[in-house]
Design a protein around this ligand. Structure first.
Ligand SMILES: *Cc1c(COP(=O)(O)O)cnc(C)c1O
Length: 421
């Protein structure tokens, strides 16, 4: 469900014409819908309305501070994975007591920064990290509230690059070691073990891996209670998938996901934390691009657009599929032919779609690459010395460029020629 639809023959983001926006902002650009962000947050949060729950939106999916402010205003907390993301959450006005900090490689500087900010909890991913956190906290006279991230060795049945809960993945502490680590944590200075954390992967469309993982969480919480270490909260992570292929792949509704959570959590008496990222942001964003050339190759047609892998790397990094819609509705009815949609970057892996049945585009046509709101702009780069893609946030008939396109001086001007040259 999203708020990108045709009105008067032109694709709109809510009440803003993307044709008009493209003329105003130039292409390519990302466009986000406030109504969609809000709707997704609410659907997720409402699934847990009857529980003591905190939804910590996973910032890395889309970290624009306008997006964070939009979600923070609805009561969302944040899941951060770096000091930079924590600073973004702060800039967006999200209270520290709604922030959790994940990641396998937190530096001592980052730990100190987060402790001084007074975040809700750290998701600790290893024994050496726990020792470092203990030292940093003790040095500051602070106490770090800690959830150990447990790796349950469960296959989430998703793309291998976004699986995080198998034994061979770098994330978390092996399930079999967890109980011991909690005992150590309880004895460490500056550490207060108060939660359990798990995040088994992303774009998960099957509820079974969640159910299997959450059953282990429940068992661990009960074992820890037997050991005299009571848990204040259980953090179920994120990972719920989204429909990248329109209505052809429908992931579980948050209500169905919630039933799996409640199955595991009902007797624990703990606060419930969640870290959805993709599920909130993916369908709330599109990448708008213009057709530069239609090129006949020896065997196929290439539609060359002005957006490239540096703007949206998901197709080449994750073999991801994104629907592509024409901005002009009349093109929808035109005859479809197979084409590769490619960008200007000098890499064979620079494509947005391969062998896709699409309307016959012509030079100058606008296209919308759908479901690009999560892991899109955040992974963009300036490869090939291309300007970083701008981001626009729409609300009703209003819009704002929430990250402007830099100029070439911003891009090249900070580099230096040493005085020996
Ligand atoms: C990336 C990440 C998430 C968000 O995952 P989604 O699939 O986007 O919901 C949640 N928790 C942690 C620890 C993460 O690294």
């Amino acid at each position: 469900m999203h708020h990108f639809a045709y009105k008067g023959g032109v694709l709109h983001a809510e009440d803003v014409s993307l044709d008009a926006l493209a003329s105003e902002v130039g292409t390519p650009f990302y466009c986000y819908s406030t109504a969609t962000l809000e709707r997704h947050y609410r659907v997720f949060a409402e699934a847990f309305a009857d529980a003591d729950a905190l939804v910590c939106y996973s910032i890395k999916a889309n970290s624009n501070i306008a997006v964070l402010r939009t979600l923070g205003a609805l009561g969302s907390g944040m899941d951060v994975v770096s000091e930079g993301e924590l600073r973004r959450a702060q800039t967006a006005g999200v209270p520290s007591e709604r922030i959790v900090f994940s990641g396998v490689g937190k530096t001592r500087e980052e730990m100190a920064f987060a402790l001084k900010a007074g975040i809700y909890a750290f998701n600790v991913e290893s024994e050496p990290e726990l020792s470092a956190l203990s030292e940093v906290a003790t040095g500051l006279g602070a106490t770090a509230r800690v959830a150990v991230r447990v790796n349950p060795d469960i296959d989430p049945k998703t793309h291998r690059k976004i699986s995080t809960g198998k034994a061979e993945d770098k994330f978390g502490v092996p399930y079999t070691r967890a109980r011991e680590l909690y005992a150590e944590a309880a004895a460490l200075r500056g550490i207060q073990p108060c939660g359990i954390h798990m995040h088994i992967g992303s774009q998960i469309t099957d509820l079974k891996p969640f159910g299997d993982a959450f059953a282990l969480l429940k068992d661990l919480a009960e074992q820890l209670a037997d050991d005299g270490i009571s848990m204040e909260f259980v953090n179920f992570g994120g990972g719920l998938g989204v429909p990248y292929r329109g209505t052809n792949d429908v992931p579980p509704h948050p209500d169905e996901y919630a039933r799996v959570v409640f199955d595991a959590a009902k007797d624990l008496g703990c606060k419930l934390l969640f870290e959805p990222g993709r599920m909130i942001a993916a369908n709330a964003g599109i990448l708008v691009s213009r057709v530069l050339y239609v090129k006949q190759g020896a065997d196929k047609t290439f539609t060359v657009v002005d957006a490239a892998m540096n703007d949206l790397i998901r197709p080449t990094l994750y073999e991801a599929y994104h629907d592509i819609w024409p901005v002009a509705e009349t093109l929808r009815e035109s005859e479809r032919t197979a084409t590769d949609v490619v960008g200007p970057v000098c890499e064979t892996g620079d494509y947005l779609a391969l062998d896709r049945q699409l309307p016959s585009f012509s030079q100058g046509d606008l296209v919308a690459i759908m479901t690009a709101g999560a892991y899109g702009a955040v992974q963009s780069s300036t490869y090939n010395t291309r300007l970083l893609v701008p981001e626009v946030l729409v609300k009703g008939s209003d819009y704002e460029v929430v990250r402007p396109r830099p100029d070439y001086d911003d891009l090249i001007g900070r580099e230096k020629i040493p005085n020996w040259l």
